[in-house]
Design a binder for this molecule. Structure first.
Ligand code: BJW
Ligand code: ZN
Length: 256
């Protein structure tokens, strides 16, 4: 797929910046074989993610929701980070202040070696009680379709954030603070359709950051960016690292 090369202006911003914030979405993991939420591949059976990623769906049809998550957990367990993930881990090594805010729940940034990662929407491999919030390890639907339950009697659910639920307050606060001080803000592989994550770009803009979008398609927010790089992140981000003469490796840089 053809893709846009980073401009000289972007490279200059990245050379002189001290503080960089990256927001990632499902598109970054698409090249690792994990389906995005919207657009092609966004359907599971006949359901759209918006129909399943809610507390109401879980309360009404917990087994159905768990089956969706079991399918996705399996995809995540089999997936490997792609060159886009590794390039972001390499980019982090250049800056004293680098924050990777991710909406993804697959843990692939950490597996690629990224260090300062904020998971806004939780992590699909962890579980917790839907009633009392107690952590529940990797508890899951068992082979016979038995739902996992907590000592308190509540149902256990994946430790992710559904529509209508508050994001983890500490994670959101750190993401806001980093965005409000960003000199360069990169929004990568996200449709920018979901709040409050999408609003981080506006916050960075108000702080005077140079705003860049990396995405093969136009998004709801494309016209607010200073620069738009059209194409897959797995091709654009390695190119960016090469232009910045960063030692870019396609294998994990740190043992995890
Ligand atoms: C590539 C590529 C390649 C493809 N390379 N790119 C203000 C206004 C209106 C509504 C709200 C508002 N504030 C809050 C809301 C309500 C709601 C919301 O935003 N609704 C909108 C849909 C309108 N937000 C919430 O409810 C949030 N909670 C909250 O704000 O609490 C307070 C509150 C509650 C109620 C009312 C008001 C305030 C919680 C949001 C939780 C989102 N949860 C999910 C599921 C997580 C668990 C799970 O994984 O199952 O998070 S939904 C889903 O969307 C998931 C994602 O993280 C999130 C974002 O999706 P993302 O990552 O952008 O993926 P896609 O598929 O949309 O886009 C992929 C992109 O990649 C595309 O653009 C492709 O082109 C691109 N791409 N290949 C690069 N190779
Ligand atoms: Zn409980």
């Amino acid at each position: 797929m053809p893709y846009t090369a980073p401009s000289r202006e972007l490279l200059q911003h990245l050379e002189k910046a001290r503080s960089v914030v990256v927001l990632t979405g499902a598109g970054v993991s698409a090249e690792s074989g994990i389906p995005t939420f919207r657009g092609q591949g966004g359907l599971w059976r006949e359901f759209r993610p918006e129909e399943l990623a809610t507390a109401a769906a879980f309360e009404q049809r917990p087994k159905l929701v768990w089956e969706w998550y079991m399918w996705r957990r399996q995809l995540v367990a089999q997936a490997e980070p792609n060159p886009g993930h590794f390039a972001l881990a390499a980019l982090e090594t250049k800056y004293s202040e680098f924050t990777l805010v991710t909406q993804n729940v697959d843990g692939l940034h950490m597996r690629a070696g990224s260090r300062n990662v904020i998971e806004l929407h939780g992590n699909i491999m962890r579980s917790r009680c839907h009633e009392c919030g107690s952590p529940a390890g990797e508890a899951a639907l068992d082979k016979d379709g038995q739902l996992p339950a907590c000592e308190c009697g509540g149902l256990i659910r994946p430790d992710v954030i559904w529509f209508g639920e508050l994001l983890p307050p500490e994670a959101l606060k750190r993401a806001w603070e980093a965005s409000a001080h960003a000199e360069v803000f990169l929004s990568i592989g996200t449709s920018s359709a979901v709040q409050p994550a999408a609003g981080l770009a506006d916050m960075a803009k108000r702080a005077g950051a140079y705003l860049v979008e990396v995405n093969p398609d136009t998004t709801e927010m494309s016209d607010r960016f200073d620069e738009v790089l059209r194409g897959p992140s797995g091709a654009i981000l390695p190119t960016l690292c090469e232009e910045l003469r960063l030692n870019f490796s396609r294998a994990p840089m740190f043992a995890v």
